[in-house]
Design a protein around this ligand. Sequence first.
Ligand code: NAP
Length: 313
Amino acid sequence: MTRALVIGGAGFIGVAACKELMRRGVETIAAGRKERPYGTFTSYVAFDRDDEAELASAIARTEPDVILDLACYQPPQVEAMARAFRGTRYIFVSTGVYPSLHGRPAKEEDFVPFDGEPPADLDYREGKRWCETVLTRHPDLPWTVIRPPAVFGPADHTLRIAAYIERVADGGPLLVPAETYEKQAGVSWVKDIGFACALACDLRKDTTHKAYNVAFEGVSLRDLIEGIAHALDKPVSLHPIPFAELPDGASPYGPDPARSAGYIIDRARRELGFEPSALEDALAETLAWYRVARPSHPGYANRAKELELAGSA
Ligand SMILES: NC(=O)c1ccc[n+]([C@@H]2O[C@H](COP(=O)([O-])OP(=O)(O)OC[C@H]3O[C@@H](n4cnc5c(N)ncnc54)[C@H](OP(=O)(O)O)[C@@H]3O)[C@@H](O)[C@H]2O)c1
């Protein structure tokens, strides 16, 4: 039986990944800094992965075949992992690390590693790109990379999906970027990303030193918003304006025209057996959460200005 240590296993994506791993009969040990009550997971260890001695001791105690790492953001964390892990597979959960592709969907080969040494204080995307760069310098580490774009689902702590739901629910027009709202967007469902992570933990598949894009395919911002409207049984009106003129937080997914138009997921489909779910299923589950939790995205505070821009204030 494969044993997996899931660092960040109690987080947004981690819970989905642990559920799918346990469903597949993988011995699953979730990990995070906080102590968590007995019963949340069949097995859980608390440690801070930034303390290298704690990391090494947790790995020595749990002896995982696979580490699924959902809490790695900076190059020194990758270096520490390369020193500590001697198992069969290390899975790094990355993000959209691609350069400006100006509206072309990204394929895995579009990733360009950095040259030189990583600077300190990297922002989120640069940090992830540097982490992947450092992985390419460790042929001794049996790494695999999973690259989700923006992830939504119940308990989405980024609240980006809530930004769209609350605007559809209030019945006013939604400002969307004219250049991109009908193109494929970089979005995914948390359950699909958990599923992809679990697929990557299958040691019968050879994923060593490969990266995999995982996301919805062919879903645009328009599809997402109209899907929400359909599920809420509300009419919706979209008001396209240039991306550069969108008020802060009006459309947290962008999509930014300078970036990729979502992903090509052929490799994950072919090699991992990944298949994205129906958007309707993802929205139904997400809306069930929204109806109870009623979260609000901070950008909604600018709603009056948005309505003014759309000419309906
Ligand atoms: N959410 C998205 O839209 C999205 C999109 C693309 C990629 N990703 C990537 O997917 C991964 C998971 O994202 P998420 O949204 O699920 O994040 P999350 O909900 O914040 O979960 C991260 C988990 O990591 C644990 N953690 C953080 N620092 C740690 C440390 N030093 N030592 C041990 N555990 C630590 C936290 O638990 P404790 O607080 O108990 O430590 C937390 O539960 C991240 O790498 C993220 O970059 C996310």
